[in-house]
Ligand binder design. Structure first.
Ligand code: BGC
Length: 476
């Protein structure tokens, strides 16, 4: 039985590796761009293009991955993301011109967007209910480790300025991911949907921890999935118009978009710049950035430990209070105190403390919880396309924030900008309080049934809509 548990852990580990590449590829560019711009003589516009094209690729990758995850399965799609990551990393490292580099970063973006969708879905569907929060948080754990490794690589290679090595190193974990995924199973939900119940039973037995007090029986689980599957018929985009999908879709898109609108990536992508503007020298800013990356990892470990006990909703509410409070302190102090010129100025340290408090509040809550909850709240029959919309929304919001932040800072200064993100935090609090359900300790099938009940949608509606869809061929 011990061997089975180790096997379960291996599945969770390799399943989550796509998150590492998401983190590394988004984190590495902040350091690499300093040297790329000199090598290729890039204008500010072209520098922005090299950085931002990955986010555009991720939007497209997420939109494509939704329906594909239904057609070809979760596992095969992770393998495709792995191949794309490897090609993108090697092409970026070898790019002879800025044009090729931009194209390679777009390809990497496709893989990042695809992984952002399919990795949480894979982990959530394969994990037993009682540890699903912790298993699905492995995705975020890998993202933050990827970001920290990228910051460390940037700091080590800064003296040589070897940006090609910085970008090319991403090929190592992508090959490990590829090799690992060849030996991993498909998720039980997808297998049941495909009528492969014997394989689904084997996977369910393999991942179930043997010390679980209320272990779910594979037979019962398969029956629940089959019941849901019979009521719904997953289709392409057209399924998103169905009335029974709407309440869950609103929750998922809201969580995905607010995760970005609270301003997390103004720190992940721009902390060194903010810190130099707050009086730190460039070397000190790089080290302070490493501290931020390390806090990001440590607070994520805390989240994994508590998520299946405390529950998702209290974490989202508590986290956003912490984030809004640190943004308010930063916004107010930068508005009333004069611009610092060195680290002897208190404003330098207030800035670092506020960024650190924000990162801890985010990493212990909204970072993992949002990626855990997206597949949890979305009904099986619409999970692929609906995740596509939510994850697209996450990258689109990320693009808007990271493109407008430098412009707003130079136009209005940091005070009003950080206060603006604090207001977003207040809106996120209200959204969670009113609309987001608790999902801790409930099976994906129970969550789906209760969301439908809450929205006043009877089982019959789903069956009827599914039957109509079967009669009327869909174009979407
Ligand atoms: C977010 C990313 C962010 C990262 C920071 C993730 O949950 O989706 O946009 O860069 O956390 O740790």
């Amino acid at each position: 039985m011990e061997a089975l548990q180790v096997n379960g852990r291996r599945i969770f580990f390799f399943g989550a590796l796509g998150g590492l590449l998401f983190g590394y590829d988004t984190g590495v560019i902040s350091g690499a761009i300093l040297f790329i711009k000199d090598d290729f003589g890039l204008s500010p516009f072209m520098q922005g293009a090299v950085v931002a094209v990955l986010l555009l690729g991720a939007m497209v990758g997420a939109a494509l991955a939704g329906p594909l995850s239904h057609r070809m399965g979760r596992r095969r799609l992770i393998i495709i993301a792995g191949v794309t990551f490897t090609i993108g990393a090697l092409a970026a490292a070898a790019a002879p011109s800025a044009g090729v580099l931009i194209a390679a970063r777009f390809v990497l973006g496709l893989a990042v967007g695809c992984a952002a969708l399919v990795v949480p879905m894979y982990l959530s569907e394969i994990a037993p209910t009682e540890i699903r929060g912790a298993v699905a948080s492995m995705n975020q754990m890998m993202i933050v480790i990827g970001i920290l490794v990228a910051f460390i690589v940037n700091a080590i290679l800064a003296s040589s300025g070897d940006w090609r090595l910085m970008l090319g190193l991403a090929a190592v974990p992508s090959l490990v991911l590829l090799l690992g995924m060849f030996f991993l199973p498909e998720t039980p939900r997808y297998l049941v949907q495909q009528g492969e119940e014997a394989s689904a039973r084997e996977v369910l037995e393999e991942v179930q921890p043997d010390d679980a007090p209320h272990a779910e029986q594979p037979e019962q689980k398969i029956r629940e999935i089959r019941e849901i599957d019979e009521k719904e018929q997953e289709g392409g985009w057209a399924i998103l118009k169905a009335r029974w999908v709407r309440p869950a879709l609103v929750v998922a898109v809201g969580l995905a978009v607010f995760q970005q609108f609270v301003g997390i990536n103004t720190i992940i992508y721009y902390a060194p710049t903010t810190l130099t503007q707050a009086g730190f020298g460039s070397d000190a800013a790089i080290y302070a950035n490493l501290v931020i990356g390390a806090l990001n990892v440590v607070a994520t470990i805390v989240a994994i430990r508590i998520i299946d006990r405390v529950g998702r909703k209290p974490m989202l509410l508590g986290g956003v209070i912490g984030m809004a409070a640190s943004l308010t302190v930063l916004g107010v102090t930068s508005s009333v105190l004069s611009q610092p010129t060195s680290t002897s100025d208190p404003m330098a340290w207030i800035t670092l403390a506020c960024l650190a408090a924000f990162i801890v509040s985010f990493a212990a809550t909204w970072g993992p919880v949002v990626w855990v909850m997206l597949p949890e709240v979305l009904p099986l029959g619409a999970r692929g396309p609906a995740m596509g919309v939510a994850v697209f929304g996450n990258w689109a919001a990320n693009f808007v924030v990271s493109q407008t932040f430098p412009v707003m800072i130079s136009g209005w200064g940091p005070g009003p900008v950080f206060l603006g993100y604090a207001v977003m935090g207040v809106l996120a609090f209200i959204f969670v309080k009113i609309l987001v359900p608790e999902t801790k300790g409930r099976s994906l099938e129970e969550i789906e049934a209760s969301l439908q009940r809450k929205a006043g949608i009877a089982d019959d509606d789903r069956q009827e809509e599914a039957a109509t869809r079967r009669r009327v061929p869909q174009t979407g």
